[in-house]
Design a protein around this ligand. Structure first.
Ligand SMILES: [Zn+2]
Length: 297
């Protein structure tokens, strides 16, 4: 393995000049949330503000001005961001390319946080087992495509389903999952959940009325008990669904773009062929929520 400290996190090229360090979770956001010193745990405790990865100064400032500053501006008004993401979620982009929507900016930003956390841990962990896990994320084909996408100017992301939820509970939370690769970032009353590199498969099932029902369910639990982690109920449902989708994301790299093949099919009757097994979903839901220490009635 080449020395990751000398390779740019964003573009995967060697860093010859003086390297800069990219803050995975920007200090300005931590300051605003008042959680600058909060620790997160992979296997060891780390302070948010210490999580940095090597980057070219040009990539660092390019990402900052093109994506991060815009993401932070969007986060200045959580209610409005929630409404914007909701209004954008009806469309399922078939062509994947440069996109200035709030959904695309937030997706790129969350994708950077997700991969950045594993990248940082891969560089810094002393725990062999955890290093293996981080390595599987950072050395995987999807991350290679994410960086190719960034180099092509299409954002630091692959097609990924983004969901927004609103709660009265205003605690901050950050959850990452390796399988299926997902990130939840809760900033005050807004919960963002990104199904990393799912090729929009999750969105293909969870949309419209089904999604409205999930939002209602989260809202009811939040209103019933403001201390209840209702945002994790949303994550659990999304992860359970995703684990039961009888189809895997598929991307191909061609010329200067990554093409999302996940939604195409050759079968004659896709509705039947790709139907979710309700019993399997129900079992997955119970198991995943139990992992979050949530017992369903
Ligand atoms: Zn670079």
């Amino acid at each position: 393995m080449s020395d990751l400290r000398k390779v740019c996190f964003f573009c995967d090229e060697a860093i010859e000049e003086k390297k800069t360090l990219e803050h995975i979770i920007p200090n300005s956001l931590l300051g605003r949330l008042g959680i600058k010193e909060k620790t997160i745990t992979g296997r060891k405790e780390t302070q948010y503000s210490r999580i940095k990865v090597p980057a070219h100064s040009s990539c660092n400032s390019e990402f900052g001005s093109h994506y991060e500053n815009r993401a932070l501006n969007l986060l200045d008004d959580l209610d409005s961001l929630y409404e914007t993401i909701k209004s954008e979620e009806a469309g399922l982009p078939m062509v994947y390319g440069p996109d200035e929507s709030a959904t695309a900016i937030i997706t790129t930003w969350l994708s950077k946080i997700y991969y950045g956390l594993f990248y940082y841990d891969l560089i810094s962990t002393q725990d062999e087992e955890w290093r293996e896990i981080c390595s599987s994320v950072v050395m995987g084909q999807n991350f290679e495509y994410v960086r190719a996408s960034y180099r092509n100017g299409h954002g630091f992301q692959l097609p990924s389903s983004l969901y927004a939820f609103k709660t009265k509970n205003a605690d901050t939370d950050l959850v990452t999952l390796v399988d299926p690769s997902s990130i939840l970032l809760k900033i005050g009353s807004l919960t963002l959940i990104l199904c990393i590199c799912d090729g929009y498969l999750t969105k293909n099932y969870l949309n419209g009325e089904v999604l409205d029902r999930l939002r209602d369910c989260v809202r009811q639990e939040d209103e019933r008990d403001i201390g209840f982690p209702s945002h994790k109920l949303a994550l659990g449902e999304i992860v359970a669904l995703r684990s039961c989708i009888p189809k895997t994301p598929k991307f191909i790299s061609s010329d200067n773009q990554i093409i999302n093949m996940s939604l195409s099919t050759m079968v004659a009757d896709p509705d039947t062929y790709y139907r979710i097994d309700e019993q399997a979903l129900s079992n997955a839901r119970v198991e995943i929520l139990r992992g979050f220490n949530i017992e369903l009635d």
